[in-house]
Design a protein. Structure first.
Lengths: 439, 375, 480
């Protein structure tokens, strides 16, 4: 097969995976032990090296874009643990991001996949719908329906995707479903920054407490926190699923909304949202009306851990006595390369003993909508992660991503509190016990 | 035996010629003769004596290698290396040739750290029964090109071919060495040895010999002194610093005297105390005087039986074989051969052993009967 | 029933791969220059399933190739076109860690590093540490007799494996080795280790564990010349010190490392020596001082001593990622793996530099200086048409090592890559004798065929012509 320069093989000409990125891979296999799907099944096609190989073959036109290829790209969690592990500097994140939309365009999904995806994208990005679903979930539990459904074996007869959704619903108090931070929280003391907070979709519904804690901590550290009204989904779920156009539309709208806030920094406390917002420049690079604004926006996005680590601590920390296992959210650790900051912040709290989790680099299986669309692998990964966390024998588990919180909670057998690290900081700054701070 | 022809080549070419000239004859390969009795008794028409092939081929101290003809006495090799403050990390009891030590897979207490000669041989030249001269390995200490024939010949007891030349890796001699002696039973020895190891005191040898634990430490003079002190503290009040010749008891036991039976066997390390108890029990039951020396963490044991009848010796060895079939009889008391098969139950891979023998010596001309009844 | 149907029945549809695109992901290992699509890949979940698969192959005369993590650099896991690949990646159980007997029993798909991780709670570890240790599997280590940076002091896989359960070419399962190293009979285990998958498939391995040394000290010494660094190593050896590791990196390699990770190496030094000592604290401290003194005597320009575990980790991460990191400074490269007697290091490096100049190709050097194991990295650009020239240079370097009395391979194996160079190192009788062993284990030649030994088809040999023995040419041995 002769390679024609610029030829894109089986891919179409709209941002296909780039040849020079593919050529970076030397097939050394250093990525293998970091890959969750490889850890579960040990099959080359479901490893980063194998996926790159397949993308490479498609780019050369030696294999078609078909169900086989799509299956192996779908099975990738997008955790990107392989990226920092790669000694040759392969940018798998870019390869994946370029491949997924191509497959969405060219490989029709099965009816079942379409239904599941449609349902997910019809609920998750919409806080109101999410809240309604969560309320139903609360009712489902309160009325004993959940127990009944389990007893009757109804749950076991659900398709795996729905069973996962049923199981992921956290026990949330109704009150917190409606908790919203005030539109502006003034800085305590002299104002150092004006920051605009992303509320998130599932985040604001299921983890309203985390948003409240985030605003309090930022304010205590001298940030004026604005919560731009009318903000909608950032499009992370769409982007990571290869639905580029939907993601781009959401990105434009979010940029519009946040620009009105005139903040120095856009702050996010959900790893998945933050990582996609930092990619807006790439996502909107072809849109003349937005390219520049997107680049400015992306440059202003900070994860809350990242931002706090940049600020000299101002608020005094009170002791919080706990052994904390910090779980790296992939979209924070791998996509945004934020590993040290949350650990440093936690270590700075007197009384906190920070512990590592064995096999920390392996994803928990949450990965955006992954645990809903690839339930088998996700469950296996969730079980492994829970077992590893329990092996570290912590008092508290901290992780900075809504998806991880939901996923890990589902598999932890022990009665182990799971928190966002910001909740620990909040408790420390306010000088209240962690359990109380979270109420 | 005395009627047999003896071939005594001095060079590789003469060795090859000897194998050509002896075509059709059954050969017993012999070095100094210190392991003639090991295993089965080979039937042979002629003896191939390797002791004239005793030259140094090359000594390369900066490369940490030495090449010798296989018939060189091992002691001579160590003397040569000592001039360069180096040694081959092996301390066998027998005064055998280098080739003989390879063929018998023999080793002494430092097997605890350095293994046997298989772990130090980096190249061999062998001559097969059909006079094919073959080399494997080479002159470098790190080398994975081709199959490692030296491994195959390790423990071959003269049944695969004749070792002609051996290249070995050498190590610097330690600046200082010291020995701790602790009188104790096998269980205590195993426990204490484990604590020395897990305490990172890095004993180079741990041997339990007939009621005494000997532990040797090699290193810098300051380091050895420090470790010996800490080892003594671990071992308790019975422990003493022993002179270097304390180790001769191991060699004496392993060598045995006329009339003794000496066997060696391997077990998992933690079976050492049980094995010691078994030896004591069986020896008492059959009115035999038994002594045992073990490198417990290498799982390597030698048992010497003294006094009593051949039948009694046979009964003890049979009991040992029930525990661990892989027993090699190295010295046979008079009449024992009539009472005891040369080998016990064959190892699981005996079919492969047979196939290898067939491939290298299809006419079974070298050391025929050495491994009978296995093959 | 066809063999493929039998395999599918024996292992289950989910554990066989026949789809062409999927099969292609198995067409090469860490050496991508050779690619062959196998007819089928099977992924057995137990030793019994491995044996079942091999029995089907034996019955039908189908060649089979075992594969671990596929990190090998000599094409040892290169498939055979009409044969199957048996992936051992579903056999990843650490069966037992036995701290009392200082050993662990593991399945072949367990990575080298995971053995040490499993042993760590007992203060023990598994000594051989190939650079790919977090990826490569113990099954592959057994096949290749893998070494690593620390094998100067601790030896290779063969020195640390006590027993192996293996599936032979006819599908029978047997055990080589046993509870103790002292077992009568030929050392079949020793011969099996390093046989590059040509004598059978290992399905369980019992390895020796060592107590972690009480002290570890690591330093990087910079030198203005490669020869100076080499002389320092000679000085260390002459002083009777056996470091746990002595590694050398030249400037090009250091540049690659710096491009890849957080590098602790001096960017502009001509050569750097990594020296690590381990053992009892007093011994280590005394010898560590001595090593520094020797380096200074040989003109070292700077010594950086790792202050803590993190710095030591960075030194080693850089060194171990060096091969793949070269991908950052060159679009394509070959990793060579020759060995010379240690005393000829300076000579061989000079000749490699001259050959590289002549070929107009850059060569980076990363190597185990303590045992003379070179890893010249031959950098080239496929796009610029340098492939053939670079490949020739790479082969010439390996053969130069043989010419200097060394070896074609120190640890990567012969595999498919160097089979044709084997006659450079071994005579016809040597190879024929090795083949006798092969025949004893695998009379039909189904087990990883086409590796280690040159075949006329592959290498276009001219039989019958007299060639002096390679060691004779090297001046190491004399003609009979």
């Amino acid at each position: 097969m002769v390679l024609i320069p610029g030829d894109t093989g089986s891919f179409d000409a709209h941002h296909p995976p780039r040849r020079e990125l593919l050529d970076d891979c030397v097939h050394c296999g250093f990525c293998l032990p970091t890959c969750p799907t490889y850890a579960v099944d040990g099959e080359e096609m479901d490893s980063p090296r194998g996926r790159i190989y397949l993308i490479d073959l498609a780019q050369r036109g030696e294999i078609p874009l078909d169900r086989t290829l799509a299956g192996h790209i779908d099975s990738c969690l997008g955790c990107l643990a392989c990226v920092p592990a790669c000694p040759s500097g392969v940018q798998y994140d870019l390869l994946l991001a370029a491949t997924r939309p191509q497959l969405e365009r060219h490989v029709p999904r099965t009816r079942r996949e379409r239904l599941v995806r449609r349902a997910i994208f019809a609920v998750f990005p919409y806080p109101a719908r999410m809240r309604a679903a969560a309320l139903l979930g609360v009712l489902y539990r309160r009325l004993g329906l959940r127990a009944l459904a389990h007893r009757l074996g109804l749950v076991d007869r659900l398709p795996a995707e729905l069973r996962a959704a049923e199981d992921l619903l956290p026990p949330v108090p109704v009150r917190s479903l409606f908790r919203r931070p005030p539109p502006i929280v003034p800085a305590v003391g002299e104002r150092r920054l004006r920051v605009a907070l992303l509320e998130g979709c599932a985040q604001r519904v299921l983890f309203g407490d985390v948003n409240a804690a985030t605003a309090r901590v930022l304010a205590a550290e001298g940030c004026e926190v604005v919560v731009p009204p009318g903000q909608r989904c950032c499009g992370a779920l769409n982007l990571h699923a290869g639905l580029e156009d939907d993601a781009a539309a959401r990105a434009r709208r979010l940029i519009d909304t946040f620009e009105t806030a005139r903040a120095d920094v856009v702050v996010v406390n959900v790893a998945g949202c933050g990582s996609s917002m930092k990619e807006y420049d790439r996502l909107l690079a072809d849109d003349p009306a937005y390219a520049e604004r997107a680049a400015r926006f992306a440059a202003s996005v900070r994860d809350v851990n990242e931002l706090l680590a940049e600020l000299e601590p101002r608020a005094p920390r009170h002791p919080v006595r706990a052994k904390v296992a910090y779980h790296d959210a992939c979209h924070l650790a791998n996509a945004q390369r934020i590993r040290r900051q949350p650990r440093d912040l936690l270590r700075a709290v007197p009384g906190i003993e920070l512990t590592d989790i064995p096999d920390a680099e392996i994803c928990c299986g949450s990965a955006g909508i992954y645990n809903l669309v690839q339930p088998r692998t996700a469950e296996e990964l969730g079980r492994r992660k829970a077992a590893n966390i329990e092996a570290a024998e912590p008092d508290v588990v901290a992780t900075a991503n809504a998806g991880c919180l939901l996923q890990v909670r589902r598999f932890l057998s022990a009665d182990l509190p799971l928190v966002h690290p910001i909740e620990i900081l909040d408790a420390s700054i306010r000088g209240v016990p962690l359990e109380r701070a979270r109420r | 035996m005395s009627t047999a022809t003896t071939y005594r080549p001095a060079t590789l070419a003469e060795l090859r010629d000897a194998l050509v000239d002896s075509a059709g004859e059954r050969l017993a390969v012999a070095g100094t003769g210190s392991a003639t009795a090991w295993g089965g008794e080979p039937v042979h028409d002629a003896v191939l004596d390797t002791t004239a092939m005793s030259g140094l081929i090359s000594c390369n101290p900066t490369d940490l290698t030495v090449a010798v003809q296989a018939g060189m006495p091992f002691a001579t090799l160590q003397e040569t290396l000592a001039e360069h403050d180096q040694w081959v990390a092996l301390d066998p009891a027998r005064a055998g040739t280098v080739g003989g030590l390879v063929a018998t897979a023999d080793a002494g207490p430092v097997r605890h750290t350095f293994g046997s000669l298989r772990d130090s041989v980096i190249g061999v030249t062998v001559v097969l029964a059909d006079a094919t001269v073959a080399r494997s390995g080479g002159y470098v200490i790190k080398n994975v090109a081709g199959y490692d024939l030296a491994k195959l010949f390790h423990g071959s007891l003269g049944t695969l071919g004749v070792l002609a030349e051996v290249v070995l890796r050498v190590r610097p001699r330690p600046a200082a060495t010291a020995t701790l002696a602790v009188p104790c039973d096998a269980a205590t020895a195993f426990d204490l040895g484990g604590r020395l190891i897990h305490g990172s005191l890095e004993p180079v040898a741990v041997e339990w010999c007939d009621g005494t634990l000997l532990a040797r430490f090699d290193g810098t003079s300051g380091g050895v002194e420090d470790r010996l002190r800490r080892a003594r503290a671990l071992a308790g009040s019975d422990a003493t610093d022993a002179p270097a010749d304390a180790w001769s008891v191991v060699a004496d036991l392993v060598s045995g005297d006329d009339g003794d039976t000496v066997v060696r066997l391997g077990t998992a390390p933690d079976r050492t105390p049980e094995l010691a108890a078994l030896v004591a029990r069986e020896a008492a039951a059959h009115a035999v005087d038994a002594a045992m020396t073990s490198s417990p963490f290498a799982g390597a044991h030698t048992v010497r039986l003294r006094g009593g009848s051949a039948a009694a010796h046979a009964a003890v060895v049979t009991a040992l074989r029930t525990e661990q079939p892989a027993v090699t009889v190295c010295r046979w008391t008079d009449g024992l051969r009539a009472e005891l098969p040369a080998w016990g139950e064959p190892p699981p891979a005996v079919a492969v052993l047979r196939a290898v023998k067939r491939a290298f010596d299809p006419d079974d001309r070298l050391g025929r009967g050495r491994f009978a009844p296995w093959f | 029933m066809s063999w493929s149907a039998e395999l599918t029945e024996a292992l289950g549809r989910a554990n066989v791969i026949t789809d062409p695109a999927r099969l292609r992901t198995y067409e090469c290992d860490g050496l991508t220059g050779y690619r062959v699509q196998p007819a089928m890949v099977v992924l057995p979940r137990s030793a019994a399933e491995v044996a079942a698969a091999v029995r089907v192959c034996a019955r039908h005369g189908v060649p089979f190739v075992a594969r671990g993590a596929g990190t090998g650099l000599s094409g040892g896991a290169l498939p055979v076109a009409d044969g199957i690949v048996i992936s051992l990646q579903k056999l990843r159980r650490v069966v037992e860690v036995d701290p009392v007997n200082l050993r662990a029993v593991v399945e072949p798909g367990v990575t080298n590093l995971d053995i040490s991780k499993a042993a760590a709670p007992y203060g023990l570890y598994y000594a051989p540490d190939p650079s790919s240790q977090q990826v490569c599997t113990i099954g592959g280590n057994v096949a290749e007799n893998s070494g690593g940076a620390h094998c100067l002091k601790y030896g290779f896989t063969v020195n640390h494996v006590l027993a192996a359960e293996v599936v032979l070419a006819d599908g029978t399962v047997t055990t080589l080795g046993g509870d103790s190293a002292q077992l009568p009979g030929y050392d079949l285990l020793g011969a099996f280790i390093g046989s590059e998958g040509t004598l059978g498939i290992v399905t369980q391995v019992t390895v020796r564990l060592l107590a972690k040394p009480a002290a570890v000290r690591t330093m990087v010494a910079d030198f203005a010349t490669v020869a100076g660094a080499g002389d320092a190593v000679t000085g260390i050896i002459a002083a009777g010190i056996v470091p746990a590791a002595v590694e050398m990196l030249d400037n090009l390699a250091i540049q690659a490392v710096a491009a890849s990770t957080e590098s602790v190496y001096t960017p502009d030094t001509v050569a750097a020596l990594v020296v690590e000592l381990d053992g009892p604290p007093d011994d280590v401290a005394e010898q560590f001082d001595e090593v520094q003194e020797i380096c200074r005597e040989h003109g070292c320009t700077k010594i950086m001593v790792a202050a803590d575990a993190e710095q030591r980790r960075l030194i080693w991460t850089g060194r171990k990622a060096a091969f793949a990191a070269v991908g950052r400074i060159s679009p394509d490269y070959f990793v060579q793996d020759g060995v010379v007697p240690r005393g000829r290091l300076a000579e061989v490096l000079g000749r490699i530099a001259a050959m590289a100049d002549d070929a107009g190709i850059r060569v980076a050097n990363v190597f185990h200086a303590g045992d003379g194991n070179l890893h010249p990295l031959v950098l080239y650009s496929e796009a610029d048409g340098e492939h053939d020239r670079a490949e020739r240079l790479s082969t010439e370097i390996a053969e130069l090592c043989v010419e200097l009395g060394g070896s074609l391979s120190g640890e990567h194996g012969i595999g498919a890559d160097k089979a044709c160079s084997m006659p450079r190192m071994f005579g016809e009788d040597d190879l024929a004798t090795m083949l006798r062993l092969r025949t004893a284990f695998d009379p039909d030649g189904l087990c990883n065929p086409g590796k280690v030994f040159p075949t006329p088809r592959l290498c276009g040999e001219r039989p019958g012509k007299y060639r002096p023995h390679p060691l004779e040419e090297a001046g190491v041995i004399e003609r009979l």
